[in-house]
Design a protein around this ligand. Structure first.
Ligand code: ZN
Length: 168
């Protein structure tokens, strides 16, 4: 069975129909690689630039010139290496072409908020990430030590500081 509305378009690649179940028909994905590859669309072979995602659940997206320009503008680079690991939000835009209107994938002109990596608080004394301690989460340990010692400390450094204080 084939959906005639989707025939003629490269089925192995991300299409507007892939976003139908997404909130606002938008999705934020992280770039894994951008490569030129041979794409078969409407029975014809063509070399297209394809953006692959770190989330392999999503098919690669063929980058047209509009989206390439948007990408370059967003991250101020045309270097595919530098674009690795960058996140983009993809949405759908009605595009008028050849006297018809169709849904086109568009990279949104906004850098998506990326989930922070290594956002765990760090000890200001030893520089290591603060582990949970004494039944407190790392955030609670950081807040507690900040209040008590004036800086975020791990349990170890806080104990060391305590001992030092006791001796002095
Ligand atoms: Zn420490």
């Amino acid at each position: 069975m084939a959906n005639i509305m989707r025939m003629g378009q490269a089925p192995g690649y991300l299409g507007s129909w892939d976003l139908e179940d997404c909130p606002n028909r938008e999705i934020t994905l992280t770039i894994d690689s951008i490569v030129d590859e041979e794409v078969v669309a409407a029975g014809q072979k063509e070399i297209c630039t394809v953006c692959h995602w770190t989330d392999k659940a999503y098919k690669g997206m063929i980058l047209n010139i509009t989206n390439k320009k948007q990408l370059a503008k967003l991250y101020k680079t045309v270097d595919s290496e530098k674009l690795k690991g960058k996140a983009v939000t993809i949405g759908i835009e009605k595009v008028r072409a050849f006297g018809d209107v169709y849904d086109a994938l568009r990279i949104r002109p906004k850098v998506p908020v990326q989930p922070k990596q290594g956002s765990l608080p760090k000890c200001e004394s030893c520089g290591k990430a603060i582990p949970a301690a004494s039944g407190m989460t790392p955030e609670q340990v950081a807040a507690y030590t900040k209040k008590k010692y004036g800086k975020c400390l791990c349990g170890e450094c806080a104990t060391a500081l305590n001992n030092k204080g006791a001796q002095g």
